[in-house]
Write a protein that binds this ligand. Structure first.
Ligand code: ZN
Ligand code: ZN
Length: 170
């Protein structure tokens, strides 16, 4: 959990405190898939007491265990997402939707960090820009070397014909 101890800050309007937090996080769920973190999430945040609220700004970064959309191999996806939230202890309902209520001396930013992260995640990610992916013909991981059918672009009609010819030769 990413939590800021704002006990002192709460009582000091106009003051600003910086925080550096590290925390392990449970896997996140995206499109029905569980994605695990590869190591702790680090947050570098600045909290300011504006008199009415506590404004928290900064970034959260870390690694996620992704699967490459081209070659399907697992790899570490590094992320850095922004965080900018307004927290208030004011009891009355506020008109502003962006203001997040909190009570006590601990300000938990975990769910806001996760929301920001999920918004920033790509639907598809590649292990590296030059990833060759899998051969559509035989499924060979082309990063690990060329396959038997390398170099030929397989037209589905041609490949059906080839299968028939292959069957006749066997
Ligand atoms: Zn790849
Ligand atoms: Zn192939």
């Amino acid at each position: 959990m990413l939590q800021l101890d704002v006990a002192k800050l709460k009582r000091s309007p106009g003051e600003s405190v910086s925080f550096e937090l590290m925390s392990d996080m449970p896997p996140i769920e995206m499109a029905g898939e569980k994605i695990s973190f590869d190591g702790p999430v680090k947050a570098i945040l600045n909290a300011t007491n504006t008199g009415q609220a506590i404004v928290v700004e900064g970034t959260a970064s870390g690694l996620l265990q992704f699967s490459c959309c081209r070659c399907l191999e697992p790899f570490s996806y590094s992320f850095e997402v922004p965080l900018a939230e307004i927290y208030t202890t004011a009891v009355e309902e506020t008109e502003e939707e962006e203001v997040i209520p909190f009570s006590g001396d601990i300000l938990d930013v975990t769910s806001e960090v996760l929301k920001s992260l999920i918004l920033a995640l790509p639907m598809k990610a590649v292990c590296h820009e030059e990833c060759q992916g899998l051969c559509p013909g035989c499924g060979q991981n082309l990063n690990q070397g060329k396959c038997e059918c390398a170099g030929t672009e397989v037209d589905p009609r041609l490949s059906a014909l080839r299968d028939i010819l292959k069957g006749m030769n066997e």
